[in-house]
Every structure is written in structure tokens, then in C-alpha cells.
Write a new protein. Structure first.
Length: 366
């Protein structure tokens, strides 16, 4: 794939994102005179599966369990899901929050921080686990076995996405900086094509890196499985600040639903079902299993909803990085972002206070 083709693909994706958001703007929660919203909208990454839009992870389980939809209906509120394509996830969700067309979203740490720094009031309502791994994939035929070997070479990295932070940390740990590489700021689908066509020498991605290995396009030379756990990217449940403050009862129901889903996922007896649900999206079972193959993280801890030292340290680090790199113009208030009320209450309400063991920032650094 030529650079011209890649640029065209990026433009097309941008247009599609605008069309999706334009369609989405026609919805909205809407509030009758009573002040009770007619709908509660949750945005999340979705993929086509058997002719339908399917969600991954906790979103799929919340939807499948049906508890949240039922509880909201008892209060005269309709649950509305809004699917977002992964290639345009962050920008579309941020626009939805800014326009007050969505109330909650399950998405990554970087886009949320960027939105908050831009003036959008968001709250992290429910944390999710120990993060997701990122991978450095080198094209087959390129003589490089580490990031040091890639100095001066072309690397596809989607800037402003959650996996930028582990890449920057990896570079820094090896005495390098982003300017030491020829960075192509393109999204994951374009990154795959660029590596296959030889337009880049390496890519930095999430678990879809395993697809490139399966297709014999590249090889993984490093991943966050070899790094401190705090280097991983995170995705959580975020809520729109004014909605959270105006409708704490509804927000608590949402938090309860996600903590219920996480407790179900954390049960080793449900491991096979969790993998099956996850593999309904773009990633085959082999990729899901390769991502989960990390002995240092217990199965249940992958779905911890705790505001422990591990996750707090991560957000302080991410907030500092986005500001230092000029991705945002002001550093956000992490203490305000982390709204601990609802997940903490959910653990108490659901009698799950002893279900998860809190981790420390020091443990995550190992």
C-alpha cells in the first residue's frame, strides 16, 4: 500500500466517523419536564458479527445479562447502546460526550484525558482490571530485534491513542525518544496494510498484533508482558460529569451492572464463555488466547473494579505524559476524574467487597 493510498483510507475513515456522529446526533437522551431522562445511552466499541453489531468484554456481558435494561425500564428509562467502530472510537465518543448525546462510554484512557483537557467534564465510574497489552511488531525481512534496532526507521503508531504511552515508555527506557523514529500516524487497519506492503518497518499495536504474526507478515519483538504492568493501556467506564451529578441513582445502576458483569467474568468457571464472547469480534480465538497468556496476572484480577494504587498511578502517569508531549494544553485533575463513589457502593451493595485484592503501584512497577 502506497502512502497516497493510506492517506486516502484515513480521509475515508474520517468521513465515515463524521457521518456516524451526524446520525448519532439525531438521538440523545432528552429529558421530560420531570427531569428524568427518557433514555440512558452507553457508547462502546462494536464489531459486525453474524449481521449484527456486537460488543466485547463487559459491555457484551452487561447487555447479555439484561439486568441494567430491566432496572432502568422499571424507572421509565430506556437503555440505548451506541456502537462505535474501533478505527474512530476515541474521536466519536469524545464528540458524543461534548454534545451531551451520550451519557456513558467504555473506552480508553488517552481519549478520555484528551476530552477532559479540552473542557469536557468526565468521571471514571468503574475501573476495569489490569490493562491491555501492547506489542511491537517488526516486518519480516527487516533486520531488527529490538526498538534500538529501529532507530531512524518507519514505525506506524496511532498518536493520541492509549497504546502511545507504552511505546513512549519503551523508547525512553532504551535512551530514545519519538523523534528518533519516522513515525507514521495511522490507525490500526491502515497499520496492518502498511506493514504488509512494506511501507513501514514496524507497527505498535494492541492484541491485533497477533494477527500479523498469524498471517506471517511480521514478528513480535517486544510486548508489555515484558514490562511493568503500569505500562499497559487501560479502558474503563466513563460517565458524563453533569449526568453523573444530576442522576446519581441511575449512575449507581450502571455501576452495579458493570461490577456484576466483572464479577461474572472474574469467575474461572466462566473463562471459556468470556473467551467465546470476546472472539465474536474481529479477533479469532487464537489471538484472544495469546493475549490472555500472561501468568503474572490472575484471571480474576483482569476484571478488578478497584481504585487501587496500580490504576491511580497509571492515570497520574498518563495525565502527565499527555501534557508533557503537548497532546493536551493543560494537565487534568486526576483526583476529580476518579469518581470512586459508585464502584465502591456497588461492591458493598453486591456483597463483593472481599472479591478482589487491591494492588499497589509498587507491585505494578514489577
Amino acid at each position: 500500500m502506497s502512502r497516497k493510498t493510506i492517506l486516502i483510507a484515513i480521509v475515508v475513515i474520517g468521513v465515515l466517523a463524521a457521518l456516524v456522529f451526524h446520525q448519532f446526533r439525531g438521538g440523545g437522551s432528552g429529558e421530560p419536564a420531570s427531569g428524568q431522562p427518557a433514555t440512558l445511552t452507553i457508547a462502546a466499541i462494536a464489531y459486525p458479527f453474524e449481521g449484527q453489531q456486537r460488543y466485547q468484554g463487559q459491555n457484551a456481558i452487561v447487555q447479555q445479562q439484561g439486568w441494567l435494561e430491566s432496572e432502568l425500564a422499571k424507572r421509565g428509562v430506556k437503555l440505548q447502546w451506541f456502537p462505535v467502530a474501533t478505527a474512530v472510537g476515541g474521536p466519536v465518543v469524545n464528540e458524543g460526550f461534548a454534545a451531551k448525546r451520550i451519557d456513558f462510554a467504555s473506552y480508553g484512557d488517552f481519549p478520555a484525558i484528551i476530552a477532559i483537557a479540552g473542557g469536557v467534564d468526565l468521571r471514571l465510574v468503574v475501573p476495569v482490571g489490569r490493562g491491555q497489552n501492547a506489542y511491537l511488531v517488526v516486518r519480516n525481512g527487516v533486520a531488527a530485534n529490538s526498538i534500538k534496532d529501529l532507530k531512524g526507521k518507519r514505525i506506524a503508531l496511532h498518536r493520541g491513542r492509549p497504546w502511545e504511552l507504552p511505546f513512549a515508555k519503551l523508547a525512553e527506557a532504551n535512551g530514545l525518544k519519538l523523534s528518533d523514529f519516522r513515525i507514521l500516524n495511522i490507525n490500526p487497519p491502515a497499520s496492518h496494510a502498511a506493514l504488509a506492503s512494506g511501507d513501514v518497518d514496524a507497527v505498535f499495536l494492541l492484541s491485533d498484533a497477533h494477527l500479523l504474526v498469524e498471517k506471517k507478515v511480521g514478528r513480535i519483538v517486544w510486548s508489555t508482558k515484558q514490562a511493568p504492568q503500569s505500562w499497559k493501556m487501560r479502558a474503563e467506564l466513563f460517565g458524563r460529569g453533569d449526568f453523573v451529578d444530576q442522576h446519581p441513582e441511575l449512575t449507581q445502576l450502571v455501576a452495579d451492572a458493570y461490577v456484576r458483569a466483572q464479577a461474572w467474568s472474574a469467575d474461572p468457571a466462566n473463562r471459556e464463555k468470556v473467551i467465546e464472547i470476546t472472539s465474536r469480534a474481529e479477533s479469532p480465538r487464537s489471538v484472544i488466547e495469546a493475549e490472555l497468556d500472561e501468568p503474572r496476572v490472575a484471571w480474576g484480577d483482569r476484571y478488578s473494579p478497584l481504585y487501587d494504587g496500580f490504576m491511580v498511578a497509571h492515570y497520574r502517569d498518563a495525565a502527565a505524559y499527555t501534557f508533557d508531549q503537548g497532546l493536551v494544553r493543560k494537565q487534568i485533575d486526576v483526583d476529580k476524574l476518579l469518581d470512586r463513589r459508585f464502584a465502591t457502593a456497588a461492591l458493598d451493595r453486591l456483597k463483593l467487597k472481599d472479591r478482589w485484592r487491591p494492588d499497589t503501584a509498587e507491585a505494578a512497577a514489577r
